[in-house]
Write a protein that binds this ligand. Structure first.
Ligand SMILES: [Fe+2]
Length: 292
């Protein structure tokens, strides 16, 4: 019997390029000796759980496909190319080749436009897929055997002092309606780190764990305060906790991916399961599962 459609799980799935570099997948050109193991063990658990959910599609919202005008949805059937992290090209030069669920991608465009959002279907196969999209997708499903829908971030998380998360509610609800309308069984990925201050010097060995630690106690404590609310639930409390966390830690959730994910799931009355937390060049990163 076919399993039910709808959104079956959502994951906070951060994308530091270092985690992909540390895994040494064949798609990534640089080689490492490892590093950031606890976070990568969390991703291993995420993969086990994701496989049990048997999704038809992974829908990912990522902060480094920045579109200043509107929310864009990648509708290219088979994106292929090399994704390069511009600040860490010596760590991340990743050859990607995956399938888009074009029907669902177009349904999200239609639902979001119908809800009044400025929306665009991206159909240019020459647009290079950003490293936050590729990083989260690789870490969640390195086999790339599940079709993808990729959404852009309609903001620049680094420019503004306040987070504009209202539209993410609308985009999340539109995403959920499109998934329902197409009958897909979907897993959502929010490709966001937490506290986001980081070092401006790199050790000789990038994966030297002897120097990896939180930026400072304030950033760490801010992450723990947020994760305490995540672990206690329900997600409704995160409506207030996420903006507070952004204000105190420069969190990357300012780009809206986490709010989009929770809104798409209808702010379910459940706790999140924190599978791992760790820092990457001082930024805080958590791998979290919500099953609505
Ligand atoms: Fe990032």
């Amino acid at each position: 019997m076919r399993r039910r459609g709808g959104i079956v799980a959502g994951y906070l799935a951060p994308h530091p390029p270092h985690l992909v570099y540390a895994e040494n997948p064949p798609q990534n050109e640089p080689r490492s000796t490892g590093g950031w193991e606890v976070l990568r063990w969390g991703y291993e658990e995420l993969r086990r759980r994701l496989a049990v959910h048997e999704p038809d599609v992974l829908v990912v919202h990522a902060p480094h496909w920045i579109t200043m005008v509107g929310h864009h949805v990648n509708c290219v059937p088979n994106p292929r190319g090399i994704s390069v992290e511009p600040i860490f090209p010596h760590l991340f030069r990743y050859h990607y080749d995956f399938a888009t669920d074009v029907d669902l991608a177009e349904a999200i465009v239609a639902e979001a436009a119908g809800a009044g959002l400025v929306t665009s279907a991206m159909r240019d196969p020459g647009v290079r897929v950003d490293y936050a999209t590729i990083g989260a997708l690789h870490l969640a499903n390195p086999a790339w055997d599940i079709p993808v829908v990729s959404l852009s971030a309609n903001n620049n998380p680094y420019f503004y002092s306040d987070a504009a998360l209202d539209e993410m509610e609308t985009l999340g609800a539109a995403t959920a309606r499109a998934i329902e309308r197409t009958g897909r069984r979907a897993v959502l990925l929010a490709s966001n780190s937490l506290s986001h201050l980081h070092w401006d010097r790199e050790p000789d060995l990038p994966e030297d764990m002897g120097v990896e630690r939180p930026f400072d106690h304030h950033q760490y404590a801010g992450d723990m305060e947020l994760l305490q609310v995540v672990r206690e639930g329900p997600t409704e409390r995160l409506r207030a906790a996420v903006p507070k966390h952004i204000a105190s830690t420069q969190a990357e959730t300012k780009a809206g991916s986490l709010t989009w994910l929770l809104a798409a799931m209808g702010w379910p009355a459940v706790a999140g399961d924190v599978l791992a937390y760790g820092t990457v060049i001082a930024t805080g990163n958590a791998v979290v599962e919500w099953v609505p």
